[in-house]
Write a protein that binds this ligand. Structure first.
Ligand code: NAD
Length: 281
């Protein structure tokens, strides 16, 4: 049987470590505050925002909540971000994506002060990641590196294949694996003979956004498989991009869905908030 990589357990360990750090910072007189902005009331976004606020409360980070109506203009949103950029008591700013269609997402991401960009989506954060300098890293891929390291899985020298090239998951994932000295290949929708590419992987990260697409034909015997996908199936149960039951018997380690990559995203957001306090001191 493969090693089941327990994201719930690892994310709890990280949150406990952060809780101690936050308490120590508070004792020195430094408190941490995250501003969370949601435009409109998309139910999935509301769930994510609430989970983020709950995690803040658990760790001891203050959160300011801005629930703006669907018809908020881009100028109004930019003006709020400007105010929060200027506030000394706000360390991190998070705008829950997606924003309504009449708002230019790129303009919003670029408006956040890179020192408060706890999501790691600002071009400056992406640039620092690319050239290996300190900066905020997108939470889901950063969480995957933690899952691998804390599960004792060596990355250096390994063949790493990432399926997906989104700005939020695939591209930063590839850069992080490279930073950890993996030999990295990025596969995507235009890759020819995907199976031939993925079968090279010692570590296969799947962020393809298609339920259960990856079956054992895509996986080398003994590979480590990280499933980023989150979907609800016909029975309203959560599943990933990987067909877990089919793939688990052939790999050496695998993340389940739920309880794998998912819980790590919020843990790493909290990590970035704690980092932001140090940056903004
Ligand atoms: P996306 O749709 O932006 O990107 C999907 C990528 O897959 C694209 O780059 C595309 O080129 C590639 N792709 C599509 N079809 C392909 C095919 N047939 N063969 C090879 N490549 C193909 O998605 P995303 O935002 O990167 O998210 C991916 C998945 O991860 C989704 O299921 C999403 O819900 C999930 N997700 C989970 C978390 C988490 O916290 N666990 C966070 C972000 C995203």
């Amino acid at each position: 049987m493969p090693q089941i990589i327990d994201g719930k357990l690892i994310s709890t360990q990280i949150k406990e470590e952060l809780k101690e750090k936050v308490a120590a910072l508070k004792a020195e007189g430094t408190s941490i505050c995250l501003a969370v902005i949601q435009v409109g009331n998309d139910p999935a976004s509301s769930v994510y925002v609430n989970n983020k606020k709950k995690a803040c409360a658990y760790i001891g980070i203050e959160s300011l909540s801005y629930e703006l109506p669907e018809d908020t203009t881009q100028e109004e949103l930019l003006s709020l971000i400007g105010e929060l950029n200027d506030r000394k008591d706000v360390n991190g700013i998070l705008v829950q994506l997606p924003v309504p269609k009449h708002i230019d997402e790129d303009a919003i991401i670029k408006a956040i002060d890179p020192k408060k960009d706890v999501d790691g989506f600002h071009p400056q954060s992406v640039g620092t990641l690319c050239i290996g300098q300190p900066g905020f890293v997108s939470c889901t891929p950063a969480g995957i590196i933690q899952l691998l390291k804390r599960s004792g899985i060596e990355i250096a020298g390994k063949e790493c294949v990432v399926i997906g090239r989104s700005n939020i998951v695939g591209k930063p994932m590839a850069l992080l694996l490279l930073r950890e000295n993996g030999t990295v290949t990025v596969a995507h929708s235009r890759t020819k003979d995907l199976k031939e590419v993925t079968k090279r992987a010692d570590i296969l990260v799947v962020a393809v956004g298609k339920p259960k697409m990856i079956t054992r034909e895509y996986v080398k015997e003994g590979a480590v498989v990280i499933d980023v996908g989150i979907h609800r199936n016909e029975a309203n149960k959560l599943c990933g991009d990987v067909d877990y039951d089919d793939v688990a018997p052939v790999c050496s380690a695998i993340t389940p869905v739920p309880g794998g990559v998912g819980p790590m995203t919020i843990a790493m957001l909290m990590h970035n908030c704690v980092e932001s306090a140090a940056l903004n001191r």
